[in-house]
Design a protein around this ligand. Structure first.
Ligand SMILES: Cc1cc2nc3c(=O)[nH]c(=O)nc-3n(C[C@H](O)[C@H](O)[C@H](O)COP(=O)(O)OP(=O)(O)OC[C@H]3O[C@@H](n4cnc5c(N)ncnc54)[C@H](O)[C@@H]3O)c2cc1C
Length: 515
């Protein structure tokens, strides 16, 4: 194995490095006293769209796109190619007054409305059939206060917009690993990435939100203003309003030391067993993750390895490079790794490295869960599943969180319990629509085998669109508090295209005497 550390600060983001997205049996609550989402596409909806369009067109500063019009077909597409829907109106807002007007107009006629930042919702929640999309893609400004290590950014920002602005002064905001992901959806659901172990989750680094809530009022939420809403927005998803601006903490970082390698055959269970014992005692600066998959047919992978079952590992150390080298060497020496790389990356390149792996328009289906410990049974099922994997781009990711994220108490944010440090993410990815059924059932079958070892809980941002029953599982003992905040800010469930927390039905109904 080479021990040379090459410096590629301008390394091409197309480089073939495999990173994945992360770098129980539980009975869901079934509630009869909640307002369920409705998904209508009928003549009344067409009339409602016309009404909203007429109300908006006079003052709207952004673009109002309708089917058949210029720019519509490009604007309607979202990241997951399995989700192809045709909204009746795309309101591409240019400022908070446009958002407010759109929420007010749609609320008047109860028009089904989706909110879109980056359009990366795995479940496809940022579009809808027939209704309206409030699209924030024109709102991507970022301002940075270097001295205070703080930033403010708009609700339409992609992670790359924030990285570009904060790196000008050597600062970073801890977020996800693909630069094209929308910041809003990621932060509101929680937000994991390369820096989570050292600096906490994305939602832990937010100090304030500005949002337009149902019927149009503009509200600010922070530790001192509307603290219940502030709590709910850190993990509770897009349930409470359209976030127009985030105020966040930043941290100093310019470059990192990063290594990759691939383990094969009998080495795979051995390295995973070692990893599960090693990670709990290691420094927060180390992020060491695995992606189980078929080795890509690419020239950067040795010919004899291509197409074989591999555990592709990525090892990142954030901090002093001299301290980093032995750590990365140690991790990569645990198995007889092949295709080893070790580089110093600028933070911007680290953040763009995985972009090529998840192209927009591909077909995706995911399921994920948490594990308190990684048992041999789980390792066995994951490795066994590789022999039937239906697509060369599908991966099963294993990552270990812990660190700063785990030091935030379960009640401090709506995101909740962080005490199960292992995350398994089954990420089905393919391109042929005819292969949908085969790929989806492969993901489901593996998930069913792993489920008994999982702890109750789910990460809403990794959920597919058919997991509505897992939303209460994601929040568990925080559910009632979330329902109360939802009922206060959105009693009619206007913001319902999300991992939905339905409001309680009106007090007048609830207060009716029992027969
Ligand atoms: C390629 C890829 C890489 C990913 N990597 C990571 C990762 O590293 N770490 C991680 O934690 N997650 C990751 N995810 C999951 C990601 O967090 C979710 O897909 C998230 O929803 C994406 O946010 P978005 O703004 O792009 O989504 P959108 O599809 O735009 O929206 C998602 C949800 O958020 C709501 N929403 C969007 N904007 C707003 C707003 N301004 N105000 C209120 N609600 C809003 C929408 O209504 C919708 O319900 C990844 C996903 C993909 C597809």
């Amino acid at each position: 194995m080479s021990s040379a550390y090459e410096v590629y600060t301008n390394m091409n983001s197309d480089a073939m490095i495999l990173t994945g997205l992360t770098g129980s049996l539980y009975l869901p609550l079934v509630r009869s006293d909640v307002v369920r989402p409705s998904f209508r596409n009928d003549p009344p909806m067409t009339l409602a769209v016309d009404e909203v369009y007429s109300a908006l067109r006079r003052e709207f500063k952004g673009d109002l796109l309708r089917p058949g019009g210029d720019g519509y077909s490009q604007a309607r597409s979202v990241w997951n190619g399995r989700v192809a829907r045709n909204p009746g109106l795309i309101a591409r807002c240019d400022g908070i007054s446009d958002i407010k007007a759109a929420v007010e107009a749609a609320g008047e006629v109860d028009l089904l409305t989706a909110i879109r930042c980056g359009g990366h919702s795995l479940a496809g929640f940022s579009t809808c059939e027939g209704g309206m999309v409030i699209d924030l893609s024109r709102m991507r400004s970022v301002s940075v206060d270097e001295r205070k290590r703080r930033a403010r950014f708009d609700g339409g920002c992609l992670l790359g917009n924030i990285d570009q602005a904060t790196q000008k002064v050597g600062l970073v905001y801890p977020a996800g690993v693909v630069s094209e992901t929308g910041a809003s959806g990621l932060i509101l659901g929680g937000g994991f990435g390369w820096l989570t172990r050292l600096y906490g989750m994305s939602c832990d680094n937010v100090e304030g939100f500005t949002l337009v809530v149902a019927d149009g009022p503009i509200v600010h939420a922070s530790a001192t203003e509307n603290p219940d809403l502030f709590w709910a927005l850190r993990g509770g998803g897009g349930n409470f309003g359209v976030v127009t601006e985030f105020e966040v903490k930043l941290h100093p970082l310019r470059s990192v030391l990063f290594g990759t390698g691939m383990c094969l055959g009998d080495d795979i269970p051995r390295v995973l067993q070692y990893w599960r014992e090693f990670m709990p005692g290691t420094a927060d600066n180390l992020k060491w993750s695995f992606s189980m998959r078929l080795a890509p047919d690419d020239e950067t992978v040795p010919a004899h390895v291509r197409g074989r079952q591999v555990a592709s590992e990525s090892v990142l150390w954030i901090g002093d490079p001299d301290e980093a080298r032995p750590q990365i060497d140690h991790a990569l020496s645990v198995c007889n790794a092949t295709a080893v790389t070790k580089n110093v990356f600028s933070f911007l390149n680290l953040q763009r490295m995985a972009d090529w792996e998840f192209p927009a328009g591909g077909r995706y289906y995911t399921k994920s869960g948490y594990l308190k410990s990684l048992d041999d049974r789980t390792i066995h099922h994951i490795i066994e599943s590789l022999s039937t994997i239906p697509s060369p781009t599908t991966q099963v990711e294993l990552s270990y969180q812990g660190g700063a994220a785990a030091r935030v108490g379960a009640e401090e944010t709506a995101f909740g319990d962080r005490s199960s440090p292992f995350i398994v993410n089954i990420l089905g990815s393919w391109s042929d629509p005819a292969a949908d059924a085969e790929n989806i059932s492969w993901v489901r079958e593996l998930f069913a085998k792993l489920r008994p070892s999982m702890t109750p809980g789910a990460y809403v941002n990794f959920m597919s669109g058919d997991e509505e029953d897992r939303t209460p599982e994601a929040y568990r003992e925080r559910w009632d508090r979330l329902v109360a905040v939802k009922t206060h800010y959105d009693p009619k469930n206007f913001f319902r295209l999300n991992q939905n927390i339905p409001p309680q039905q009106r007090a007048d109904k609830a207060a009716q005497p029992h027969p």
